[in-house]
Write a protein that binds this ligand. Structure first.
Ligand code: PLP
Length: 391
């Protein structure tokens, strides 16, 4: 007898992974050029050369492959804290940073660190589907706010959803899957509401800022959230900004001036221990320590965004114009987005239905792919548009 919830999770892949695996088989069958795989957020841009140099430089250092201290190497945490202070004016200190295996581990740790019995975490549709998995695994209840048509923050729904059980709100800007970047004004309103609700219920409401796409934005400001709301815990990853998703490296940063910050950080360390997430990969810690302020060439994503967004709009698709990340969120031409995703497969187009993002009737297109593949895919999108009489 095994844990049935876990068995279920293991047997049912996410919609994104399902499509990605389908694409792998189709490519083997039909050839690479016949499949337009827009399923996965795997960066197409190579990591900066400096990453390779740093790996080589550190690889032979004495003791580099040993365990670091459980929350991560103190020198690396110091480099990160200094960067956050210099760049955003943050009050971050190394003592409140915990190195993790990417944002997934950071989020898992934070949910586990905060969740007490009957606690709720609010998610805003459209949202990264694994949030529900992580929150439930921590014994908490995810509460989903309905999506706004422009993919902004649904403030009325948020005001109605917060209650005495609300422990935290998850925010992801730039957003996967919509590409939305919340403005400073929108975040200030959110912060004001959470402060008011926290005072009303007499306990802190933590903002969990999931930020793997912080550096991937096109001509818009990405405000640093702890500066606007003290009770923020940042979950960061180098998967996208340095194109290192397979290397599994990121961190949790508890704001040192958050309510009960010392307890929260101790619980983060405890959750890391309970989940077996101590000592993130040692070599990669040193590498990202060196890479503060360095990113992959995100201009490629801007070119892809412009090409795809303009072409699809011209074909009659209704799209959210992405200000950041590398996803285009498209209104499905009929309500049943799963049926559209199925139909698109005959043209080799792999588009993720919005259902698992809490956005039925939408499709996600990951445009972190070769620009040439986007160009070649446009006639296929035109066929799809014609089938639904958009053109
Ligand atoms: N959060 C969001 C919004 C994501 O899009 C992803 C990955 O695509 C993650 C978290 C997980 O990232 P990581 O690779 O750092 O675990």
């Amino acid at each position: 007898m095994v844990n049935k919830d876990m068995q279920n999770l293991g047997e049912n892949r996410s919609a994104i992974r399902e499509l990605f695996e389908f694409g792998r088989l189709r490519k083997a069958e039909l050839g690479e050029d016949s499949v337009f795989d827009f399923s996965l957020g795997n960066p197409s841009v190579a990591p900066p050369v400096a990453v390779g140099d740093s790996i080589k430089r550190h690889a032979d250092e004495r003791g580099i492959h040993n365990y670091t201290s459980a929350p991560g190497d103190y020198g690396v945490r110091t480099q990160i804290a200094r960067y956050l202070r210099d760049t955003f004016g943050a009050v971050q200190t190394p003592e409140y940073i915990y190195m993790t295996c990417g944002a997934a581990a950071a989020l898992t740790i934070v949910f586990r660190a905060l969740a007490c019995e009957a606690d709720e975490f609010i998610l805003m549709a459209p949202y990264f589907p694994e949030y529900t998995v992580f929150a439930k695994a921590a014994g908490a209840r995810p509460v989903v706010l309905a999506m706004q048509e422009d993919c902004g923050i649904n403030m009325p729904a948020l005001a109605a959803a917060v209650n005495e059980h609300t422990k935290g709100v998850v925010i992801n800007s730039p957003n996967n899957p919509s590409g939305a970047v919340y403005s400073r004004a929108a975040l200030q309103s959110l912060a004001a509401l959470l402060r008011q609700k926290a005072a009303q219920y007499g306990h802190p409401i933590y903002l969990i800022a999931d930020e793997p796409y912080r550096e991937i934005a096109y001509d818009v400001e990405v405000p640093y959230i702890p500066e606007l709301y003290a009770d923020t815990i940042v979950c960061y990853s180098y998967s996208k900004s340095l194109s290192l998703p397979g290397e599994r490296i990121g961190y949790v940063a508890v704001n040192p001036v958050a309510t009960d910050a010392a307890d929260v950080y101790a619980a983060v360390c405890g959750a890391g221990r309970a989940l077996g997430y101590v000592c993130a990969p040692s070599l990669l810690q040193r590498v990202v320590g060196d890479m503060q302020g360095v990113t992959s060439d995100v201009e490629v994503y801007r070119r892809n965004r412009d090409l795809l967004y303009n072409a699809l709009c011209e074909m009659g698709f209704r799209c959210i114009r992405p200000d950041g990340a590398f996803y285009l969120f498209v209104k499905a031409p009929i309500e049943d987005s799963e049926a559209v995703s199925e139909h698109a497969k005959q043209y080799g187009l792999l588009l993720v239905p919005g259902d698992s993002f809490g956005a039925k009737g939408w499709l996600r297109i990951a445009y972190c792919v070769d620009t040439d593949m986007i160009r070649r895919s446009l006639p296929q999108f035109a066929k799809l548009a014609a089938d639904y009489r958009l053109i």
